[in-house]
Design a protein around this ligand. Sequence first.
Ligand code: HEC
Length: 165
Amino acid sequence: MRVTSARAVIAAGFGCLACALGLRAAPDDFVSFPLDYREWSHVKSALVGPQSPAFATEAGIHHIYANRPALAGYATGTFPDGSILVYDLLEIREEGGVTSEGAQRRVDVMVKDGRQYRDTGGWGFASFKGRDRTDGALAAGRKAACVDCHGKKKDRDYVFSEFRK
Ligand code: HEC
């Protein structure tokens, strides 16, 4: 009895180790939410208003963040594996002449891994709605839209934003 329960504990332990190592069954293009992105470098922000053709999907203020490996990419135009970029979109609130951040609308993520994501320019794409931190998986059509539009920036390794000079 004791042996069995010890085995069960060990098995459970291995189960978690497997998740930690990313060994559990997941789609090939799985991109997890980068929980610490607010500690990364802030690349830029922009406010998208009603005059923008992108207003329907991008209304609000967005901030772009880059992890440390991605900083080399901004410098050279080629992002190394391990680069992660975040597009953090928030609603805006107006009060007393002050415009500030409102609720989070969406968090879009790009992860560079030239081998794993070779069919999509070396980048994995994900989009997390609102405060969701677990399910960023994209249907094929939506992913193709990310790849097509970002593909216009092939000369900058699929990345639009730049640090101000
Ligand atoms: C119609 C074009 C278009 C589509 C579709 C699109 N993006 Fe973008 N994306 C942009 C532009 C333009 C920027 C830069 C915004 C800025 O500089 O403020 C951007 C920025 C980003 C960034 C920050 C890195 C960068 O390139 O500057 C990420 C991450 C991102 N998008 C993820 C996604 C994901 C994930 C999808 C699909 C769900 C997606 N995008 C779909 C145009 C697009």
